[in-house]
Design a protein around this ligand. Structure first.
Ligand code: ARG
Ligand code: GLU
Length: 744
């Protein structure tokens, strides 16, 4: 009852209306936001968005591979997600003869669709608030006893939920454990690849354009869910049938109108809106800059190698993309947080929190000291967190030689057991295979450059590295010489010889003398025994306080818009299609077109390379009717609060039709993981009309478009979208066929 009360007050509050676009809302609570969404133009009811008893939009949205979102667009299980989400599947089916990465792949019929072992797509059956049951019997318990009871309760609830059905259930903490929800899902395991555009479409703009607006990326790929005869999940079988969904999205090819309602419905991974001012200050001014500096070093080494030869460019392309994606996002985040002065905003909010707490003795006792304590904890313990971040960057993201050490450490640790079980030679064969694929994309001199530069940077950042005999007594060059010229781990031939002659003696010898292994062992042992426990303890203490802080915000500011941080569960964010003005004197429009894509190509930069077909179609302006007033829209922005994991999420219009696929945010808005600024935070979507055009005109896969339900005609917004004379003027200006009929 209390919760419902809070939600109702929410809707009535003005504060909430001003911040209509912030927040990632729990679908099962969406009723509380229905009227506000409708006030923004939405024509749907809460029940059409989320319902347990009837089919609803949620049934057409799947958690794809655990890290992305995908949506159903046909009665035969046709599934859309981003190109970068299906990338590893496309890559796994590619070879030099069939280079699907470069030229794309399109199954001409269902027989040609390709299976993907290990890939899953999960439909959410229901999301239940189980807070009371999870906390049952935990009153008065603390520490381990509390955790134990909590886990037992969860186990019972999860087991009950899946008894007698084929579902899976998982309980997750929300709001740092103020709430618990159980997510019941149906997990499909036969997901086949149907199509993917060439990288020159799906990854157009590459790293140059990543996190950047204006954008022209056709970031989509196409899959199909197959199910058993009973339409339930089944592992791959030739007898499986295309899945018949409870709901699939009709696709809107109507004209878009700036300001129209948009909703993003998907699986955002993680946000941290509640961090204290001191905590944010530490992240913004110390932790992130240090991680960026580490990656500057790796990227400098990798980029130089990639520029030096085609072979190295190919070898390091995906590693470079992985390192650069986070690096570029963080730079954008810091810029955004600085320009809105996020720390000052946090300080002001903390003051308001403290002032409010001072108004009631009960609040004063519960919440009066909290802000100060959180900031004190950061001041006292930030080094523990920092050590963790630096070790992750150095040992796990940095030089790949460390990765080899980790893997060989496992083998020699299991040597005796494997020998006893008679499984040694099989295991060695596996390692040989693994090493083949590792060394295929490895370059000793590049890794050495990375190692040397990162070692110096790591020492500079952590300052006290006395725990490491190696780092304290040797220079990075000395270490690099021993490691990259002497270790068996940095040379494929030596490594295979080592595997071929593996026995007790060679292992002893290796453990005593291999300089790569010895350095890694020293660092890794320190990481496991000292760094991890300390950083976990810091997190546990901080999360305990954040739990009370969030409870305090909800109790003392019932009129604020409260939403739980993203945690990879299904969420809804609503907003409108709009541009932004993130820099003084500059305005971003809300959409881009094929003309802009061609203009980027004409700069000659390799990230904007195109295959000839695109240039031919563009030159002919052969838009196949997917244009808007003579322009083919490629991407658009809207003010929906999104984060990593929202990739592939459907962007849905006022009537529940698919407008496009979310795939990125603009650079200026990546700060929204910490603080959402309605003036600048925009998500980036590839327009579904561009997706259809690529399928239909570019890839000759019109049979897929025929499978979908296309919504044509006038959008409900069009009547108000500017006067007739304005439209005519625009058409004349563009000297293009103008299909816009003027309605008086
Ligand atoms: N920035 C997007 C995301 O975080 C897209 C990443 C893939 N694209 C790229 N050029 N690396 O996942
Ligand atoms: N590209 C991101 C993803 O893979 C989405 C971008 C973002 O962080 O908003 O989920």
């Amino acid at each position: 009852m209390k919760k419902i009360g809070i939600l109702i007050t929410l809707i009535l509050s003005t504060f909430f209306r001003l911040n209509a676009e912030e927040g990632m809302l729990i679908p099962s609570l969406i009723k509380a936001f229905e009227s506000d969404m409708q006030a923004m133009g939405m024509k749907l009811t809460a029940d059409q968005i989320y319902s347990v008893n009837n089919s609803s939009l949620k049934d057409a949205i799947l958690h794809f591979g655990g890290g992305c979102t995908a949506e159903l667009v046909s009665s035969e299980g046709l599934l859309l997600t981003n190109h970068h989400c299906g990338y590893s599947q496309v890559q796994s089916h590619s070879s030099l003869e069939n280079d699907y990465i470069k030229y794309g792949f399109w199954a001409k019929n269902k027989e040609q669709e390709l299976k993907n072992p290990g890939l899953t797509a999960a439909r959410i059956v229901r999301i239940d608030d189980v807070t009371i049951s999870v906390l049952n019997g935990t009153e008065g318990l603390t520490g381990e006893a509390f955790e134990k009871r909590l886990k037992e309760n969860m186990k019972v609830l999860e087991n009950d939920a899946v008894t007698g059905n084929h579902y899976k259930a998982e309980i997750k903490a929300f709001n740092y454990g103020n709430d618990y929800y159980m997510v019941v899902k149906e997990v499909f395991t036969d997901i086949r690849l149907v199509g993917a555009p060439p990288s020159s479409v799906g990854k157009f703009g590459g790293d140059t354009d990543n996190w950047v607006w204006p954008r022209h990326t056709g970031d989509f790929s196409v899959f199909r869910i197959y199910a058993g005869k009973d339409n339930k999940p089944a592992d791959f079988s030739a007898d499986n049938k295309p899945y018949s969904p409870l709901h699939f999205f009709p696709v809107s090819v109507r004209n878009r109108v700036p300001g129209e309602f948009t909703m993003v419905y998907g699986f955002p991974g993680s946000t941290e809106q509640h961090l204290s001012s001191g905590h944010l200050e530490y992240i913004q001014n110390k932790e992130r800059p240090a991680r960026i500096s580490m990656r500057d070093k790796s990227l400098a080494a990798i980029n130089a190698s990639m520029a030096s030869s085609d072979l190295l460019r190919i070898k390091y392309a995906s590693k470079q993309a992985r390192i650069a994606n986070g690096w570029k996002k963080w730079i954008g985040q810091i810029g955004g947080l600085q320009s809105v002065d996020a720390i000052q905003i946090k300080l002001d909010r903390e003051k308001a929190f403290n002032d409010k707490a001072a108004t009631k003795s009960e609040w004063k006792e519960k919440y009066g000291q909290l802000v100060e304590q959180m900031n004190a904890l950061v001041a006292e313990r930030k080094d523990d967190d920092f050590a963790y971040a630096m070790d992750v960057e150095y040992i796990f993201i940095g030089a790949e030689m460390f990765k080899r050490c980790r893997s060989i450490n496992k083998l020699i640790g299991e040597y005796e057991t494997l020998k006893e079980l008679g499984e040694l030679s099989d295991e060695i064969e596996k390692y040989k295979k693994g090493s083949k694929s590792f060394f295929k994309d490895y370059d000793n001199p590049t890794d050495r450059k990375m190692f040397t530069a990162l070692t110096d940077e790591y020492k500079k950042q952590v300052v006290d590295f006395s725990f490491s005999k190696y780092l304290s007594t040797r220079t990075s060059e000395e270490l690099a010489k021993d490691i990259y010229e002497g270790s068996v781990l940095t040379d494929e031939t030596k490594f295979n010889e080592f595997l071929d002659n593996l026995d007790e003696n060679s292992i002893e010898e290796f453990k005593k003398n291999d300089q790569a292994y010895l350095l890694w062992k020293e660092l890794f042992d320190h990481f496991v025994t000292v760094v991890i426990p300390k950083s976990r303890d810091f997190d546990a203490q901080m999360n305990g306080m954040l739990k009370i802080y969030v409870a305090g915000k909800m109790e003392m500011f019932p009129d604020g818009k409260h939403w739980p941080d993203a945690n990879s569960t299904m969420r809804i964010s609503y907003g409108k299609m709009e541009g932004s003005a993130p820099h003084d004197g500059m305005q971003y429009l809300e959409h881009t077109t094929l003309d802009g894509l061609i203009a980027k190509n004409q700069t000659g930069k390799s990230d904007f390379d195109l295959l000839p077909r695109m240039k031919e179609l563009a030159a002919k302006k052969d838009y196949g009717g997917y244009d808007q007033d003579g322009d083919l829209w490629v991407c658009f922005t809207s003010s929906n609060h999104t984060t990593g994991g929202n990739s592939g999420s459907p962007v849905i219009d006022a009537e529940g039709y698919l407008m496009g696929l979310n795939f990125d945010r603009s650079w200026e808005s990546t700060m929204s993981d910490y603080m959402f600024d309605p003036n600048r935070c925009r998500n980036i979507t590839v327009d579904i009309r561009y997706v259809l055009w690529i399928m239909d005109k570019y890839a000759d896969a019109g049979h897929l478009v025929k499978e979908m339900t296309l919504i044509k005609g006038d959008s409900p917004y069009e009547a108000n979208s500017g006067s007739c004379s304005e439209k005519e003027k625009k058409c004349k200006r563009k000297k293009r066929r103008c299909k816009q009929k003027c309605k008086k």
